[in-house]
Design a protein around this ligand. Structure first.
Ligand SMILES: Nc1ncnc2c1ncn2[C@@H]1O[C@H](COP(=O)(O)OP(=O)(O)OP(=O)(O)O)[C@@H](O)[C@H]1O
Ligand SMILES: [Mg+2]
Length: 263
């Protein structure tokens, strides 16, 4: 399989203006993501997960190292990388459909076609009937569905997600996770997902990469061999799911290196 996304030896040092000292957020993180793969990055709070994703998105620059997407060096944000944030990803003055059409409008796609694409994704994320609503008229879960639809409508090469379901309740969160796995499979999307929730990472991914506490370094890279479609009801009782979860928990809390079986 071809690697769509390659991160080469990424390090990031911030200067803390209050403490007047350097903060090393990431140290030599290398990671390749194959086309159509679903990869999660996990690690404790403050280990540099968001920093890493922002660097991949081109919203921040690494102190050293480089990111390649489809073989091209990243030098800023681009439509080939769609980002879904933890919250506030929608424009509050636009309806669901005009939010989803926003990126398509920037690309110069004519109105009729835009609307057709928007409606396909509205249906895909289960928001039919809410096309004309504004973000404040939607629940938190619905807003995140709209945010996912908005990014998918732009047909990105890689979908970048930074704890996109952290702000919704547990039940909605499980539903959104199940839907995301189904959508990623049907759309053959390549996903790089960041979370500090180990179970979420195992549930969603084909591969989980764990970072150590700050500065973030890769301490585990594990292939998740669980059948799809995945359903919470079945997986919580699945011995393989439990074994992956326990292995990653030990690794993160014990910081012991784990040698995964990924290719
Ligand atoms: N713009 C910035 N200026 C200075 N320091 C920063 C900046 N952004 C992040 N940091 C520092 O870099 C480190 C990594 O932050 P980051 O937000 O990437 O962590 P994270 O793994 O996403 O954490 P969380 O799980 O809490 O979201 C932290 O110590 C943070 O304080
Ligand atoms: Mg973060």
């Amino acid at each position: 399989m071809t690697d769509i996304l390659v991160a080469k030896d990424i390090s990031k040092t911030y200067f803390d203006t209050v403490a007047k000292d350097d903060v090393v957020a990431l140290s030599g993180v290398s990671l390749s993501v194959a086309a159509h793969d679903f990869v999660s990055v996990i690690g404790p709070s403050g280990c540099g997960k968001s920093t890493f994703l922002r660097i991949v998105a081109g919203l921040d620059t690494p102190t050293s190292g480089e990111i390649l997407v489809s073989g091209k060096k990243v030098s800023g944000p681009g439509a080939d990388r769609g980002m879904v944030f933890q919250e506030y990803a929608l424009l509050p003055w636009k309806t669901t459909e005009t939010n989803i059409e926003f990126g398509l409008r920037l690309k110069g796609i004519p109105k009729d076609e835009r609307r057709k694409i928007a409606h396909r994704f509205i249906e895909l994320v289960g928001l039919k009937g809410f096309e004309k609503k504004y973000p404040h008229q939607l629940s938190g879960g619905m807003r995140q569905r709209a945010a996912v639809a908005r990014v998918l409508a732009n047909n990105p090469t890689v979908l970048l997600m930074d704890e996109p379901f952290a702000a919704v309740d547990a039940m909605t969160r499980q539903r959104l996770q199940e839907e995301l796995t189904a959508i990623a499979a049907s759309e053959r999307t390549t996903v790089l997902f960041v979370t500090h929730a180990i179970e979420e990472a195992v549930f969603l991914s084909n591969r989980v990469v764990a970072l150590s506490g700050r500065p973030g370094k890769v301490i585990a890279d594990i292939r998740i061999d669980l059948p799809r479609p995945r359903r919470w009801e079945e997986l919580v009782r699945d011995q393989r799911f439990i074994a992956y979860r326990d292995e990653l928990t030990r690794c993160i809390h014990g910081n012991a290196p784990v040698h995964g079986n990924h290719a």
